[in-house]
Structure formats: structure tokens, C-alpha cells
Design a protein around this ligand. Sequence first.
Ligand code: ADP
Ligand code: MG
Ligand code: ZN
Length: 631
Amino acid sequence: MDNNTTPNQNGDNHHKKQKNKPNLGLFLFLVISSFIIMNYFMKSSDDGKSKEITYDAFIDMLEEDKVDKVEDTGLTWKITPKTQPLEEVEFTYYTGKMNDDALLPMLREKDVEIQPYIQDTIGTLIWEIVWSLLPFILIFTVFSFMMRKMGGGGVMGVGKSKAKVYIEKETGVTFKDVAGEEEAKESLVEIVDFLHNPQKYVEIGAKLPKGALLVGPPGTGKTLLAKAVAGEAHVPFFSLAGSDFVEMFVGVGASRVRDLFEEAKRHAPCIVFIDEIDAIGKSRDSRMGGNDEREQTLNQLLAEMDGFENNQACIVLAATNRPEVLDQALLRPGRFDRRIIVERPDLKGREDILKVHAKRVKLDETVKLDEIALATSGAVGADLANMINEAAILAVKHGRAAICQKDLFDAMEVVLMGKEKKNKILSTEERKIVSYHEVGHALATALQKDSEPVQKITIVPRTSGALGYVLQTPEEEKNLMSKKEIEARLVTCMGGRAAEELVFETVTTGAAQDIQQATRLARAMVTQYGMSEKFGLMGLESRESMYLDNGTVLNCSDETAASVDAEIMRILKESYEKAKKLLEENRDCLDQIAEFLIEKETITGKEFMEIFHRIKSEDGEYHQEELIFAE
Ligand code: ADP
Ligand code: MG
Ligand code: ZN
């Protein structure tokens, strides 16, 4: 009765069957047992009103006709006298039994009520045993109850496998449900074939693979792929998250691993899936000091994987987004020797994912999924699935029967930027500032031909905290960025702040995000991309994790770090100056578009470019000259 199945955040394990029910039973048990205990004490309390007397005294009492009733309790006579010293409590005497044949006639003669002894039955014996054990049972129950509260497996549940709870006979997911990720699927097809007919491989003498590690950023479909392998091979799917193994008690995780594999071997061929394996598979020689429980669990896992017979088609799949922290022992041949990379989807992949999820919803003829795919560079499968769902909700909200392209674009903004905050009202002054800020970004983009065109500019606040933003969509999928492009991006980032300073001669907090983004980009230029003249090709920083953006580590001396900072500062300053110069030269453009934006709140890229081109052609000559002059 392992009732401590904590809800899994992933939401993938909703096929658990057990619920937290036994608590009611426990409560009833406690109530009943305390009731029995109370009775027990009440019963024994009237024993105090009994006094031992000698057999002689008993006979004397009988002769003096003072006895009302005698009761044979097995070993003694319990004597109730005729006169009671107190009225409210019954007072009795007792004395040992003797072989006295004269007693019975005497009792008869004095007309004393006699209650004979009734032999203990099995039932009463059991009651006695239960009573004597009761305190222990109670302590035990309370203890295990507390354990459960504290999040342990409960004393009775310690080490019990959760594997049974997570088993899925048929996942029902196939490779068709996983779009893109062609390379990953290709590697997995082999595993499916192993599971289908292991005999074929055994006969040739090939060793069956034991495990494969799925690595990739969160939301790219690792869990989905594992399920698809089981679904394609029509084998049972055992799944556990790495954190399920880690418990309060040392040794629990290890026993859980043992149970899981025992169960899995019984169901072979099957798939065992360990999600987020980095929770247990972290390198054992960590500098922070070890963690006994985790290490034992890991050792058990390694031992179990080695223990598979060659003809047992039990394949262990594991997923992680931090492959670099995994213990080397996990990765050597015979364990998770296959590493399957599940990358962020490319343009084609994103379109395919959108198509897979679009099957579940109704689309109208305006929808062009390739446009959405182009605009969502960097999004993973989970984002795209979420987008389609959000679009469906938007369509319902607007009373449409099918999703149109605008719903999809709006949904994209909702997923990327948060919902519109309709009731947040900016003051006229603030609207003006935000408007100039955003147009500053957009204009800086448009004025540098290396930058992407703008799609939309808006000053409607979003729940993400943005007061306005410029939506840019690339014309094509980009995998590389040139130095020139990065520099142009930096100028674009600075455009917002530059416009504020130019127009209002003061600056606001609105540029915080831009500054952060620009700084990160400039730092990467210097420390990772080898794009600064000062440091050349030296790698000064390395990324901590391949698939999560959780920062970088500096690999240089403190002095170098200080001059890196100086270099970054210089780059940022130059970008800002350039942005300011660009906007200054196009001040009329900035003013007109900003005014238009204040009025409309949201303008499209087309409207923006129209105004931009009109003004450019009006005084194009003039700017041309000035630019030459400036150079
Ligand atoms: P991960 O385990 O890599 O973090 P999941 O497999 O849990 O990601 O993916 C979450 C959801 O995102 C899936 O349930 C699915 O709806 C969607 N998804 C992710 N990748 C894909 C893909 N390649 N094809 C179709 N749907 C996907
Ligand atoms: Mg997952
Ligand atoms: Zn900005």
C-alpha cells in the first residue's frame, strides 16, 4: 500500500491507478483502537475496589451470613458482601480457591448466589493477545503515519516498487505522432526491430543493445519518442522519473531499481524508461561531496543493466537535458552506449510538428503553417503544440468555427510574450515614450540592411511585463550569424534607448531587457565567438550546459576578465552611438511613425515600411549626401 505517489510534474504519468485512499482507514483504525484502550482501562480500574482476604475469613463471612454472591473467576473466588461501605461503588473481596468439598453445600445452605467459571474461548484469548499488543500496534501506526506525512515511503512501503503503477501495456503512441526528429527516429527504428525479433540478432551472435540515452533541450519530444518506441514495438512501457528513485532513506532507491528491473524482466520484451536520469546519474566524483543514496541507486542501476541476459529483450531508454553531468560509467558500452540527440526542430521539423498537432483541430483555408514555422525559430515541439491549442481557444473566443491564420499568429505571441493586458492603461506620456522606444528598435532594424524586416509593432502591454514590442520574423531559417549581423542586432537592441534619449532627453527603465540581451550578445562575441580584435580566437568562456541556458563559466584570469568587461563595454557603447546617429539622421521618420503608432496602438510591418519608404524617397538625396559626408 504505497500511497505516496507524488504527482509528477511532467504530466506524462497520468496513468497511475492508485490514489491516496488508505488515510480514511487509518483514521478509523485509530479511533477504534483508542476506544478499546479506554474500555480496557475502565475495566481494570474497578479492580482497585477489590481486597484480598484469607480463606478462613471467607468461611467466617459465610457463616456470619454476610455474603451476597460468590463468583468463580478461575483462580479465585470473588466475594460480594451483603453490606457495602459505600453506596455508589461495589466493593468486593477475593480469595484463592481450595479443594474444599464442604464449600458448595454451605453456599447452598446460606442461599448465596453462585456464578460458575466460564472457560476462556479462543475468541477471548485472541482479545487478550490483541490487548497486550495494542500499545505496540498503536506506536507503529502513528510512526508510519508520520513517516508518510514527511514524504517518505511509509514504513510499510519502504522499498516497494512504484514500477507497477507506471506500467503501460500499450502506449498507443507511434512514430507518426512524433514529427521532425528524423535522425532520432532512424536510430530508434533499430531498437524497435530488436524488440520485434531478438532471435534474429541472437542467432547471428550480435549483442542486443541495452540502453539508449535521449538527450536534448526540454520539450523537444524525448518522452514522446520513448513512448513511440514502445508503441511501435507493441511492448509494455515502464516509466519512472529519476527523482522517483531518490528517497529519504538510503537504500530505498536501490531497492526500487531492483524491483523495477525484476518486474520488467518478467514482462520482456519491454521498454524501461527513466525520465530525467540526471537526478540519479550525476557524476559520482562531484566536488560537492557525495550523496550516498544517489550513488547506491546509480550502482544498482549499473548492476542491473549488466545483469540482463543476452536474450532478454529489455531495453532501457533514458532521457536527460544535461548529458554533461552524467557519470561516465553510465555511458560506456553495454549501458547507455547509444546517444540519440533530440534537437530543437528546424524549419521543416517545426512545420511537421504543427501539422501533427493541427490534425486535432479545425483549420480554415487562410492557414499557412509554413509561415508560422518560419516565425517560430527556436521554438520546441511543446511550444508548438501549446500554440495550436492556444489558437483553438482564441478561435472559440471569437466565435469562429475554425482556426484562421491570425489566431495562430496571436497564439504565437501569447506563447512567446504572454497575454495582452487590456485593462492596463498607460498615461499619455508613457504611451509616447513606449511608442518612440519601439519605433526606435524598428527603425534601427530597417535602416541597417543586414537586419530582418519587422512584422508588427505594438504598444499593447503584455502579461510578460513588456509594455510594447517589435515582432520580427526572419525571411529564412538561419543557422549561423555573421559578425556583421550580430553588430546590427546590437544596434537594434540599443535603438529603443537611443530614441528615448534623443526625443525626451532623458532615459527610462524600459530598456532593461534590451540592455541585458545586448550585453549577453556582446559578451558571447568576445568570449565565445572569437569576434573581438583584442582577444582574437581565445575561448574565454565555456557553456555549462549544452541544452539549457543556465550560464557560462569563465576560463580566464581575473585580469583578463576585467579587460573582457572593458571590451564588452566598448562594443556596447559603440553600438549605442551608432543607433543614436542612425535615428538622429532619420528624426522625421521616427517622429511620424511614432505618432502613427500612438494613434493605432498596433501597426503592421507593411504600414511601417510604407511610411518609411515615403519619407525616405522625399528626402533621400539629402540623407545620401550627409551619410557620405559623415564617413
Ligand atoms: P521532453 O520529454 O523532451 O521534455 P515531451 O516529450 O514531454 O518533451 O514533449 C512534450 C509535448 O510536446 C509532447 O507531449 C507533444 O505534444 C509535444 N511535442 C514535442 N516534440 C514533438 C514532436 N517532435 N512532434 C510532435 N509533438 C511534439
Ligand atoms: Mg520529458
Ligand atoms: Zn526595447
